[in-house]
Ligand binder design. Structure first.
Ligand code: ATP
Length: 450
């Protein structure tokens, strides 16, 4: 963790997210489920847009990456072969005094519950136990009778679904190495110290891509993906100043990894720079483990060179929830408005990610304005998510939309019937332009596709 120059906006965001329907605590009426969250009407749109943006750039726009949606439940041997049964652990320490439980490798990110100015173990009274290893996989049973049924795991990452389908995808799509397989899906980890809202949760979504390459060409592909992935984070509007690479070195580097970099985002406050994506050169570790454990050949046959080999894998793995949080933190701002006493809260979301793209308002309830506005909103809804709002002053309606990141507000006024035009007000610049009613859809579409 490194210090941040940005303020801590987490409490304000958590409250905004609940109030405006982005994120709710899971099972809230029962007191909540530990570190599990539900996405409300606006949150589900935001996260969907983020996933769509990733899918478009990773799969649709590329000839050399195929999509996949593998099941969450997999054969238990997958997790033995992958090393997760034996080694997917975090070091856990308990404090005998406050009964707190902490990750031994992340003590610097934690606070002593009795002395929050110190990290666990640094206050005089702290008595930490020796670290013990705790497996993060959730276990359940497959089959009707618990005792005779086999133990099965909720996947802790989506990647293994890709490795075991490597040849299925390669052969069915007639892909040649180098090529990749991408998927978006749920993963589950029984985290020791979850927290910071949707930053670290026990159920989350990953967007992962494994790129299969010829050994020897791996570092070249690694560097390309490293640069491409940072560029993608810029493309969704994350501020370049809040993004940096973090190289894994020494004990941080997983035993199978030949090279690993994280992309860290500055969440502000004490959380500071934290990983949102990992880019790893996994060598042929996974394919060779699965080949050995399953007894099935997973080699690729290069017809042109007439040779067989196990490809190396470059992996890019990004959390959909953690990146959604990054997008919210990055976009949140409070500002004053010239000529107005009251300031405004704005979510400066990239238009492609904004849950509502346009809001349509009738300025008054007279002159058939609500009817015209409803008709326009219905037309816009066919192309993108649109809101209709006729209540409160126009200023209040703008504020409601600013706070949830709507990039464009469209107002029907007393002139609209005669000139068939509307006023579009842009969220960030506050600029207003007059646009012909039949051009609004195209005008907005052009600007949200950026
Ligand atoms: P950390 O060190 O924060 O536990 P990790 O190195 O274990 O993360 P990876 O296994 O590389 O994470 O997972 C890839 C991505 O999945 C992370 O960059 C993050 O965005 C996301 N992710 C991992 N664990 C969680 C979690 N518990 N909650 C939300 N997102 C997660």
């Amino acid at each position: 963790m490194s210090a941040s120059a940005h303020p801590d906006v987490m409490d304000k965001l958590v409250s905004l997210c609940k109030r405006r329907g982005f994120v709710f605590q899971s099972s809230e009426i029962y007191g909540g489920t530990g570190s599990v969250w539900d996405y409300g009407p606006l949150g589900v749109e935001l996260k969907k847009n983020l996933k769509e943006r990733w899918w478009t750039s990773m799969v649709r726009l590329r000839d050399d990456v195929e999509g996949l949606d593998a099941a969450i439940l997999m054969h238990p041997k997958v997790w033995e072969a992958s090393g997760h049964v034996a080694g997917f652990t975090d070091p856990l320490v308990d404090c005998k005094v406050c009964k707190g439980r902490f990750r031994a490798d992340k003590l610097e990110d934690a606070r002593c519950p009795q002395k929050p100015s110190r990290q666990p173990g640094q206050a005089e009274a702290c008595q930490l136990t020796e670290p013990r290893l705790f497996n993060l996989m959730f276990k359940t049973f497959m089959g009707p009778v618990e005792e005779s049924a086999s133990t099965i795991y909720l996947r802790p990452e989506t990647a293994q679904g890709i490795f075991v389908n490597f040849l299925n995808v390669q052969q069915s799509c007639r892909q040649k190495v180098p090529f990749g397989i991408a998927q978006i899906g749920k993963a589950f980890r029984n985290e020791i110290t979850p927290g910071n809202f949707i930053f670290r949760t026990r159920e989350f979504e990953q967007m992962e891509m494994q790129f299969f390459v010829e050994p020897g060409t791996d570092m070249e592909h690694f560097e390309t993906w490293k640069a491409d992935r940072l560029a993608w984070h810029h493309s969704i509007g994350l501020s370049p100043a809040r993004l940096q690479y973090h190289q894994h070195a020494g004990s941080e580097l997983a035993h199978y990894a030949r090279a690993a970099f994280d992309i860290n985002f500055d969440f502000g406050g004490t959380l500071g720079f934290q990983e949102i994506e990992g880019i790893h050169n996994r060598g042929d570790f996974d394919l060779s483990q699965h080949q050995q454990a399953s007894g099935k050949k997973l080699e690729y046959f290069d017809q042109q060179a007439n040779k067989r080999y196990l490809p190396y894998v470059i992996e890019t793995s990004v959390g959909a929830d953690r990146t959604t949080l990054a997008v919210l933190v990055n976009g949140y701002r409070e500002e004053s408005v010239a000529g107005e006493d009251e300031g405004r809260v704005v979510l400066g979301l990239h238009p492609a990610l904004a849950p509502i793209k346009a809001a349509v308002f009738p300025l008054t309830k007279k002159d058939g304005q609500p009817e015209m506005a409803t008709k326009l909103a219905d037309e816009l809804r066919r192309a993108f998510n649109t809101d209709y709002d006729a209540t409160g002053s126009i200023g209040k309606r703008y504020r409601r939309q600013d706070e949830v990141g709507t990039p464009f507000c469209v107002t029907i006024d007393s002139e609209s019937a005669s000139d068939q035009s509307v006023t579009i007000r842009e969220r960030d610049s506050l600029a207003q332009v007059r646009v012909a009613m039949n051009q609004v859809r195209g005008w907005v579409q052009e600007r949200i596709a950026l």
